[in-house]
Ligand binder design. Sequence first.
Ligand SMILES: C[C@H](O)[C@H](O)[C@@H](O)C(=O)CO
Ligand SMILES: [Mn+2]
Length: 421
Amino acid sequence: MANKEIIAKAYEIAKEQYATLGVDTDAVLKKINEIKISLHCWQTDDVSGSENPDGPLSGGIQATGNYPGKARNVTEVMADLEKVMSMLPGKQRVNVHALYGDFSKGKVDRDRISVKQFQGWIDWCKKQDIGMDFNGSFFSHPKAGSGFTLSSKNEEIRKFWVEHLKRSREIAAEVGKQLGSPCILNTWIPDGSKDTPVDRNGMRSLLTKSLDEGMAQKFPKEHMKDAVESKVFGIGAESMTVGSHDYYLGYAIKNNKLICLDNGHFHPTEVVGDKISSCLQFVDEVLLHVTRPVRWDSDHVVTLNEEVQLIASEIVRNDFINRVNIGLDFFDASINRIGAYVIGTRATQKAFMIAMLEPTSTLVRFEENNQNFERLALLEELKTKPFGAVWDYYCLQEGVPIGEDYITEIQSYENEVLSRR
Ligand SMILES: C[C@H](O)[C@H](O)[C@@H](O)C(=O)CO
Ligand SMILES: [Mn+2]
């Protein structure tokens, strides 16, 4: 167990070291609580959901592994998320997919869902005192079996998914209204083509038609905001994605929507950190899906790597915290799922804290004076400043496990709860 006295002493030394760079660590400890991360409910159960938990996961995404203890119903999903949140400093939000409704009083199809199936989530969020985000689920359904949903040339199928979008937006608006915090409704569809298609334009025109129809109803932005999520390819849709980045960025700008940037959804050398300031020139807000793509959109658990660091640094440097909504999107079924959340969320939080501990104005001054050696040197030196002492002290203040102490806590939860499932 971490020694609290040592943690406090280490913080005082770190505070002095950062002060020599002009960084106020006490102020960082306050500001870091402005970062609210939306916890995606689907890491609890490998995107199985409660609608058809034993059905296959489709839509070109995959959760690999079969680690025991996955959540088997919404009650277990919520219990696991409560456990996760008890090990995270600060306050989070929860991000729910339409697959995760309460269907215990009777199954309704996706074109018939309403707030009734999600009132349990809203009440749970009230109890946790957190906001909630929402997603229509355009996959793992027989009507998505052809690989096309909102861009389908089959009118019956297209209409079905337009209705799902409408209903998802209505649910999101009610969530935001009841919780007093805008609910971000993200729309991602798997539509794409395994082999080279001919009528790309036809598919994209249909997608525009469907989005326009599905999003025709206006809701107050205090209740809900629409985001649209692009993707470069999916499994079985390698040659073309209807909702590409160019497509959705254009749609978002034209229709005043949020663009969702999932850092697993681009060519491997593209970085989302570089896209944020570009997109925010033209859209009011961005939604992030922070993940760790390993060679493809593999949705590995987020770690504190350069990619995530650039995302956090860009947001903090430019004071974009109120314009960037941060969500996570990974699903690793090969390790303890609670541990996956805690590692991934804390890694994201750490990236934001490191960004806040940066003497940005000094670096910008170097840059503007063409002192590029000095800029590089300071960036390198910052990497070994005692960030860990500030992070540990933050965890101490917040009453959550310090450093690796969460390992034993998660092991106990595994022994007492997960292993009995
Ligand atoms: C569950 C999916 O990961 C999610 O809805 C979507 O955001 C995605 O990233 C698909 O690759
Ligand atoms: Mn995503």
